[in-house]
Design a protein around this ligand. Structure first.
Ligand code: S3P
Length: 429
């Protein structure tokens, strides 16, 4: 189990670009695979999660070529996927398994999906139940609620589904199934989760209607291959935003970051805490808003976080916890129960790890209270096999009174293989 020791830093300065957006990279392979023609993808994230998606589609007969710069996917059309000869291993990737289960529900063949020890503990009923209502036959462990899942697809009918949680994975899974269903499939959610699927479906020519809290997809419409340029991942940029905000004498320019409003909750939250973050040169790339982010050291204050901003910042809470740990006063997080079913239980993992470095965190069922301090101690913390826990505790080390050792850091490769070299580049001793 490998570990890293991070030293406190004097500043975080320079100009960086973060790797491509994970959510958009997954979707580019999936839609490219079932479109007609050759889709090109630039800026693709070659993290382990996205490679799981790529391997799964190759296993279904899709020709995907990577020359190191551009990914070329020769689409097989809506009905051209082949029955995979073996189990599809989704690794650690919740997006791969949940989205692909929707897509496989529409196929007239048999398939089995599984993942690593963490993914096999994550809830799948949230997609299995509505997909079964559409007509898919899905069996799995624990009454069909845990992977491995065995899917016999085909013969779907559109449904009108109100999801009890705001989740882009549930929404996208049903949208992909909806492409194969008779009639229309509508998904609504309590408040908007990331809308990359809606944008990319439209970009590839799907028939869909979007309204304030839902989307309707019409089945049977063929997609057309496109050229996709993937922007930098705001979830990866978030670690560097927090690093520059909390470290004195810092000024960092993060180029080419996706700033889709359904993802910018982290910017809104950090600004409300007093963070100096500017969006520069806002532009549109392949149907997604993009900007450069300029961030400077700031005095942060604790705030209350709840409601519709939570799904807009869902992956950034580990990083936000580090900002809160350095803020003046208490930061409260509520309506964030979903954090308990991510790669690990992120409420408990952050409470335990921050506790180890001297920060008081009180957990509640759907969130936590973090009491900020200007004394964050050195020590040893563990990632719990979760990439975002590993990266956020590494950022905390920059302002600690002594070095912090983070154990089990291999998981960082799932989303951000170049994180540590990039941190090393901008953090001055
Ligand atoms: C994702 C959706 C989110 C997010 C995950 C990526 C996606 O999950 O946490 O990292 O690409 O659709 P939920 O839909 O479960 O909130």
């Amino acid at each position: 189990m490998n570990s890293i020791t991070i030293q406190p830093a004097a500043s975080v300065r320079g100009e960086i670009a973060v790797p491509g957006d994970k959510s958009i990279s997954h979707r580019s392979i999936m839609l490219g695979a079932i479109a007609n023609g050759v889709t090109t993808v630039r800026g693709f994230l070659r993290g382990e999660d996205n490679m799981s998606t790529m391997h799964a589609f190759r296993a279904m007969g899709v020709d995907i070529n990577d020359d190191g710069e551009t990914i070329r996917i020769t689409g097989r059309g809506l009905h051209g996927l082949q029955e995979p000869g073996d189990v599809l291993d989704c690794g650690n990737s919740g997006t791969t398994i949940r989205l692909i289960t929707g897509l496989l529900s529409g196929q007239s063949f048999f398939s089995v999906v599984t993942g690593d020890q963490y993914l096999r503990k994550r809830p799948m009923k949230r997609v299995v139940e509505p997909l079964s209502r559409m007509g898919a036959r899905i069996a799995g462990r624990n009454g069909g609620t845990l992977a491995p899942l065995a899917i016999t697809g085909g013969g779907l009918k559109g449904i009108d589904y109100h999801s009890p949680v705001s989740s882009a994975q549930i929404k996208s899974s049903l949208m992909l199934a909806g492409l194969y269903a008779e009639g229309e499939t509508t998904v609504t959610e309590p408040s908007l989760s990331r809308d990359h699927s809606e944008r990319m479906f439209r970009y590839f020519g799907a028939s869909l209607k979007v309204n304030p809290n839902g989307v309707t997809v019409r089945g049977g419409v063929e997609l057309t291959a496109q050229d996709v340029t993937v922007p930098g991942d705001i979830s990866s940029a978030a670690f560097f935003l927090v690093a520059a905000l909390i470290t004195p004498n810092s000024e960092l320019l993060i180029k080419n970051v996706g700033v889709n409003p359904s993802r910018t909750g982290v910017i809104d939250i950090l600004k409300a805490m007093g963070g100096d973050i500017q969006l520069i040169d806002e532009r549109d790339v392949s149907g997604e808003p993009v900007a450069d982010l300029l961030v400077r050291s700031s005095r942060l204050k604790g705030i209350a976080i709840s409601g519709s901003v939570v799904p807009r910042a869902i992956d950034e809470f580990p990083a936000i916890c580090i900002a809160a740990a350095r803020a003046e006063g208490v930061t409260t997080v509520r309506d964030a129960k979903e954090l308990r079913v991510k790669e690990t239980d992120r409420i408990t993992a952050m409470a335990v790890n921050l506790g180890k470095v001297g920060i008081t965190v009180t957990e509640c069922e759907d969130g936590m209270d973090i009491t900020g301090s200007d004394r964050l101690l050195g020590g040893t913390v563990d990632s719990s096999g979760d990439h975002r826990i590993a990266m956020s505790m590494s950022v905390a080390a920059l302002v600690a009174t002594g070095p912090i050792t983070v154990t089990d850091i291999g998981c960082v490769a799932t989303s951000f293989p170049t994180f540590f070299p990039l941190l090393e580049k901008v953090a001055a001793k």
